[in-house]
Design a protein around this ligand. Structure first.
Ligand code: NAD
Length: 354
């Protein structure tokens, strides 16, 4: 039976396909950009320069120092350029790190953002910004953070390494998994979540087999979009909070941490969310979704143990303590032994028991 619900659609405009970079000048103009700053990481300078070329006179130049976890020093550096060049909009090309810089600038200036995502992390569809100052990562949500326009161009994802495709894809799956049991979820979001998870679950192994498989790349990017919508439109629970604690406390890499934790956080919540588990089972063609996610991570060559990502064994107790200090909604009650069990299993990288 459908329970009463509230649904808030995302106002972002989305252009999806192959060769869609050709829309960039027209879309920038639509947002009123006449002096757009193009953002990227140092690894994606060529893509940024190509986009600046397509923008032509509407480009104010490129800034290519975006970095993981959106350090505030980098944002300050980019902001100086925004002021100097009287920038009137940002165009971010890259993964969640570059999108994060664009969001940080928009949060401070309310400038319009156009994002061209090149991983599957899904940040482009959310109003969430995580930024780091003095080693501490804090998260804010604001309407000014949500990008106005997103151009998904499969062509820019063709060179995304298979292992990075795997971890950013599983990061996206985590957004949709938590939307399936979010306290503010709804049937529309659940439909998007299942469709997004199914698309990523079937396409990622095909990308592992052949990175250049365009059909699989298209499927994965489509799934990433849907999963990003899920994160943007619902509240997060234990899995995302745990990753935040672990990433922040032990300086662990973002997508890798999500990949290692997700099977165990899901196994913990499973008894409390039978409907979500049934939907997940249908989307992934399995009766054991938590174990299937662990298998997917292994299939993609991802590290499945937090100890291999640099978390010390004596950090487990500390992580349990920090997690319990800031209580939040979760479908299953949070208690020390249960949380310890999740972190211990993720630390050693054992397959969740079926
Ligand atoms: P990333 O953006 O850090 O990219 C990883 C590396 O891959 C970078 O060097 C990048 O330049 C390179 N790269 C990206 N696309 C490529 C391509 N197509 N070909 C070759 N190289 C490519 O990784 P990510 O996983 O996309 O993003 C992680 C960051 O995003 C974290 O800081 C995380 O906190 C944030 N994030 C935020 C949200 C949100 O809603 N706020 C959601 C998900 C992730």
């Amino acid at each position: 039976m459908i329970e009463p619900f509230v649904y808030q659609g995302s106002p972002a405009r989305v252009i999806f396909g192959s060769g869609t970079k050709s829309h960039v000048a027209k879309e920038a103009e639509r947002l009123g950009m006449e002096r757009a700053l193009v953002l990227s990481t140092p690894q994606q300078v060529e893509m940024a320069e190509e986009i600046a070329g397509l923008l032509g006179d509407a480009s104010a130049g490129v800034y290519t120092r975006a970095a993981m976890h959106t350090p505030v020093e980098v944002t300050a550096d980019a902001m100086a350029l925004v002021k100097d060049k009287a920038v009137d909009g940002v165009v971010s090309i890259g993964g969640g790190s570059t999108t994060g810089l664009g969001k940080a600038i928009a949060y401070r200036t309310d400038l319009p953002q156009l994002v061209i995502p090149t991983t599957y992390a899904g940040s482009e569809m959310t109003n969430i910004l995580g930024q780091t100052e003095d080693g501490i990562k804090t998260t804010v949500r604001s309407p000014s953070i949500l990008p106005e326009t997103v151009i998904y161009d499969v062509d820019y994802t063709m060179g995304l390494p298979d292992w990075l495709s795997g971890i950013s894809g599983i990061n996206a799956i985590a957004h949709a998994v938590e939307a399936l049991y979010a306290h503010d979820g709804n049937p529309v979001l659940s439909t998007m979540a299942c469709e997004g998870i199914a698309a990523l679950h079937r396409s990622l192994p095909r990308i592992a087999d052949d990175m250049t498989n365009r059909e699989a790349r298209t499927d994965a990017l489509y799934g990433a979009w849907l999963c990003g919508m899920c994160l943007g439109s619902s509240s997060i629970a234990l899995h995302h909070k745990l990753c935040h604690v672990l990433g922040g406390s032990f300086d662990l890499p973002h997508a890798e941490t999500h990949t290692a934790v997700l099977p165990h956080a899901l196994a913990y919540n499973a008894p409390a969310v039978p409907t979500a588990m049934a939907s997940l089972g249908l989307a992934m063609h399995t009766t054991t979704p938590a174990a299937a996610l662990f298998d997917l991570a292994e299939r993609m060559g991802a590290k499945t143990a937090l100890k291999d990502l640099g978390m010390p064994a004596d950090g487990i107790d500390r992580a349990v303590e920090i997690t319990l200090k800031n209580p939040y909604w979760n479908p299953r009650e949070l208690e020390a032994e249960g949380i310890r069990g999740i972190i211990q299993s993720a630390w050693s990288g054992t397959r969740p028991r079926v």
